[in-house]
Every structure is written in C-alpha cells, then in structure tokens.
Design a protein around this ligand. Sequence first.
Ligand code: GLN
Length: 531
Amino acid sequence: MRYIFITGGVVSSLGKGILAASLAKLLQARGYRVTLQKFDPYLNVDPGTLNPYEHGEVFVTHDGAETDMDLGHYERFLGIQTTRHHNVTTGKIYQTIIERERAGEYLGKTVQVIPHVTDEIKRRFTLLSQNEPYDIILTELGGTVGDIESLPYIEAARQLHYELGPLRVLFIHLTLIVYLESTQELKTKPTQHSVRELQRAGVQPDILVCRTPRPFSKEMRSKIALLTNVPKNAVIQALDVPTIYEVPFQLRKEKLDEVVLRRFRLPSRGEPDLERWQIFLHGLRHPKRKVPIALVGKYVELHDAYKSIHEALIHAAGWQGYEIDIRWVHSTEITAENVERKLQGVQGILVAPGFGERGIPGKIATVRHARERQIPFLGICLGMQMAVVEFARHVLGWADAHSTEIAPDTPYPVIDLMPEQRAISTKGGTMRLGAYPCAIKEGTLAWRIYQKSLIYERHRHRYELNNAYRAALEAAGLQVTGYYPDKDLAEIIELPAHPFFIGVQFHPEFQSRVEEPHPLFLAFVEASAKG
Ligand code: GLN
C-alpha cells in the first residue's frame, strides 16, 4: 500500500481535486487499484449544512454521506463509488476525540493536538486500506499550505512519511506560476515561498505541479527545481486547458504518472488504457452542433453549485457529439410575464434542486412554459416537486397548491413531509440521503430510458410527493412511473402527453461518469437536440 499526498500552495482553486483525480485515473488505467480521499480542515462535521455560496455543491455518496464536491470528480473520473470514509473534516476528527475523552479513554492524560489529533488523522489516512486491497491511496489535503488550520494534517502526513519511508509515501505540491502582464514575464517567487512553507513544516515535496498560463522554458524549469530541491523531471508544467477532461492527457504528456511509479519503484505496466475516455473527448472536441439548454436555479451565478449536473450534461453531450450551450438562468429573475423571453430559443429546460422559497415562482413559471410549449423538461428534486405543484395549480386548478416546505398552510399540500421527517429537529445528516431502490413501471418513458425495472439512485431531500393527491394527479395526466417499493413513494413523474417531460425526486447527476454517461441525461440531451 502506498500513499500520495496532494497539497496546494500560493492560492486556492488551482484544481487540486482535478489533479488528484487525473493522476489517479492514469494509474488506474495502467491497472493499479487506486482510490482517492479528501481531508478538509474546516470545523463543520460535513458540508451538508453549508450554503452553496460557501462551498459549492454538496456531493452525496451512495452510502448517504454529504461530502465535498471533489468526491464527485473522483467518482466521475475513476468510475468508483466513494463512501462516508472518503471525506474527513476537522469537525469529524475532533468529534471522535471528544467522544473518546468523554468516554474516559484518555483517563489521566492531557488531550493534545500532538499526538492525539495527529494520531487520529493518521488513523483516517490509512483507514480505507483496511477494507480493500488498494495499491495506491491518493489523499487530497484541503486548504492552502501556510493556513493555520491545515498544519495538523501536514504534520500527520510528515509523520506517516517518516514511519513508512519514501518508497511508500510521496508528496505532490500544486502551485501557481504567476504571469505579469506589465513585463510579460512568468514569476516563480510565489512557488518558491510556498515550497519553503511546506519545508518549514518538515515536508519536502517530491513532485511539483505548476499551473501556468504560458509554457515555461527549460531554464525556468531548472531554476524552479534548483530552488525547491525537486528533481527537474518532477517539475511538471500544467498549462491551462479548455476542459478538465483534457487534464489526464496533459499530465500523461508530462509523464507525471511515470515519475510517480518510478519513485515508488512500481512497474509501468505498459501504456494507460484510456480508450473510452478518448472516444468521449473526441465527441467533445468535434461537436456536430450546439444544443441550447437552460439550467434554471437560484445559485446559477456560482456554477460550482450545480457541478454534478453540469458535468452530467457534458458527459452526455460528449458521447453524443453535441456541444451543450448551457444558459444559466436565475430563477428569481423569471416571472410568468417574462418567461417566454428569458427562455427564448432554448431546446431543453432543466429545473435544478434547491431548498427554501427564493426563486420558487420563477421555477413554477419555467415548468409551465416547458409543459405548455412542449419543450423537453427535466426536473431534479425540487425541480420535480415544482413540476407537481405547477400541474396541480394549472391543470387541476388548485390555485394554492404548494409544497409545505414553502407554504406550510397550503390547502393542497401536494408535496409534504413524511411522518418520520416531522419528528426531526436537527439539521445535520437528517434528510433522506444516499441510494434507494426505485421500481420503474413498464412501457413508460423512464423504462425506455433506463431499460431496467429496478434502479438505484441517490437522494437528498426531506419532502415527498403526497400520496393523498396521487390518484387525482394521475387521473389528470401526471403519471408516477417510478416509486420506492418499501414505502410506495413517488420517485419519477412523467407527462405521457408531452414529448419529453420527466421529474425525478432523486439526483441522477451523482452517478454520471466520464466513461459511463447517465441514461437520463443522455435521453434529455438527445430529446433537446431534436428541438
Ligand atoms: N427542498 C426539497 C426537499 O427537501 C428539495 C431538496 C433538493 O432539491 N435536493 O425535499
């Protein structure tokens, strides 16, 4: 078992997650058993209660954990399933230690950052290897080197390196080469400083991956190598690329995977097999035409809030050879009067998940527009719930129909809490979370899409379609075509009279992969392309 730690320097948002996922992909494509985990230095136990403006999307794992967005990249790039153990936060570390302290396990001892916190971090660094025989575990350390809160993580990784030795532990540091417009020069000083910072903490990076807006010269590479104590061939240039899906090939060209394997004294096992990835990338690079699709949500100014949906659309588009022209439309800006204009020319409409009342009227107006104009529609979670509300209001004529999340006193609570949710008052990790089975009715659109009668999809919500109104909705033409068998909860709704109108209570976006695009997104993009 070998460990790769990935740290970040200079500034945040350099793409550590994509770097980690791309390197892991190259190693996996050479036949190594790899996995990835993320350690986040903040004090929240998980990001589940964070606003998307703070932290982008919350990614939900199969086993129902609310985790960091980067786990989405790991799953999409490698086609693996991560778990609650793949994302650790300082909140989780301290929670474990404090529970232990209260249970009396440290009796007589002072509980300290070193060794107790660092020991717990080390235990979690190696935890994944206990259940599965991985060859290599890549660990992304969140934050930027130099932050006070990431110190215990760097110290724990340093200790692991000391204990297991350089043949089993390797450090990759991601930094930024700055380009100065005024003198038209690339500057390495911030990189030098950030490596110094790491060295001060006792860690010598083995490999530097340098994000740079322009290619750097041989001399510059030598200079960086000399000043950071990193071998020249381990100074990797990472030029900006048009899409994240180019990164594995870019790193391959720079031989990052070979440098890693040589350093571990592992055989290269021939060339990485990236055939399927290449087919997808070819479609992405040479699209037949553009398909304009509106993504309607209340966080659209922050594209990261809908990361998995965005990527799932790209996967479908790449495999079908289209370019998706995503029109990000703010739900708060849509009204019944302007919806026609706001959604002019779009060939598909996706109404996004969400919480709370902001932007709800815009979402309902959007659904109505898609339904009446026969525009392909996909509603996800809150998007599906608003499709039910819209139908109840404008087809059944129940003007005040609503979800009790938004209007607790509505006379027609078509979307409502399940009894088990009513009793819950704490917020963290208490929604319906993770994968649940969904039975699909034969002969329906969902059945044609999935070509299966039982699927598993991931959830993150409290409210459900209220079964008291199901018969009336169905009689008026809204069909429940997928349901959770144990509790007979609606999971998929359709309008058979419409060319493509489907709403799902679950989040299909979490299961789309580069090499295995999701059938629902494929079908939605295909239907939109016909428009
Ligand atoms: N707010 C809704 C609920 O809790 C929908 C959640 C979502 O879209 N993820 O049921």
